[in-house]
Design a protein around this ligand. Sequence first.
Ligand SMILES: Cc1cc2nc3c(=O)[nH]c(=O)nc-3n(C[C@H](O)[C@H](O)[C@H](O)COP(=O)(O)OP(=O)(O)OC[C@H]3O[C@@H](n4cnc5c(N)ncnc54)[C@H](O)[C@@H]3O)c2cc1C
Length: 331
Amino acid sequence: MVCEKIIIIGAGLGGLSAAIRLAKSGFDVTVLEKNETVGGKVNFVEADGYKFDTGASLLTMRHVFEELFTFAEKRLDDYLDLTALDPICRYFWTDGITLDASQDVQKTENEIRKFAPQDVENFRNYLSDSENKYAIAEKTFLARSLNDLPHLLRPKYLKDLLAISSLKTLDAHNKNYFQSPKLQQLFNRFATYNGSSPYQTPATFALVPFVEFGLGAWYVRGGIYEIPKALAKLAREFDVKIRTNCAVEKIIIENKKAVGVKRTARFIKVILSFQTPMRLKLTAIFCRPKIKNFKTANRRAAVLFSCLEHARNFRSSRITTSFFRRLSRRI
Ligand SMILES: Cc1cc2nc3c(=O)[nH]c(=O)nc-3n(C[C@H](O)[C@H](O)[C@H](O)COP(=O)(O)OP(=O)(O)OC[C@H]3O[C@@H](n4cnc5c(N)ncnc54)[C@H](O)[C@@H]3O)c2cc1C
């Protein structure tokens, strides 16, 4: 059994998945996450009883998660409640036309036939080209790290890379296939998968539609944030230590080897809110990200805290924010 220590920076889906695989392989893994919560881009905000995803909102490429859970000798279904979506998405246009996209090609073709019958055949060809691009990409850059450039540049892969690389933009590619501006627009939206513009991103991105139309999409019951929660749970089952509110400032390198990390001095934030007799709402924020010494920082925060408590007891109406600014500078 290996027992080396590993530190992973970031508890996004990438960090958590790596942590699970490494811990399952016998490493002693710690994940350091600067945010309060795990999940990285896959997160949510809550307002008025509603929950909004900040990142992805539907799950594609389920097989990638299956592989991870199988590696961990667990069942994905025991951790996540996934429902296959049909339709996957409903597209609306201002003239009242809608299109329900389905993994069932026949159903999608029927939807297209309603407003662009001339493009039904084109859709079939487009999807076939997308599948072909996906198959090539899967064995080259999806399966291997792009950092492994020497490997990817071997003649065997170079041919594949050239086959999916395109000098054409995604928009030009879609215009070549579809006559309907609505369908050109619909398939342009796949550039947004990584926040790109279809007018600038290469037609390589035409592989993405196959991910939805060909491989399908799932709804995660409870919202997409259930995914990082499930991964964190699985990681902890393998004794991974996940430290949130823990930003890494520097990776320490010795003899060209990473030997440790330097954590950023703790961000001390004291927020108090109370009302004076004049109903003056005061919020004092004491925020010193540059404080090096934790003990000093904590002492300063404690002093500020007790001053605020003291002031509250006296119910002084002369308390002002600038007073607290001066106070926090002095302590
Ligand atoms: C709107 C939107 C929609 C998306 N839709 C999809 C989709 O449908 N399908 C799909 O597959 N993908 C989608 N994505 C992309 C997907 O969410 C990301 O690719 C994925 O979550 C990235 O995971 P990651 O772990 O690589 O990075 P991140 O999620 O960015 O995680 C990195 C983590 O590292 C932490 N970190 C960074 N620096 C430090 C530091 N110095 N110290 C400590 N911690 C640090 C960050 O706080 C963060 O938690 C979408 C993204 C967005 C924004």
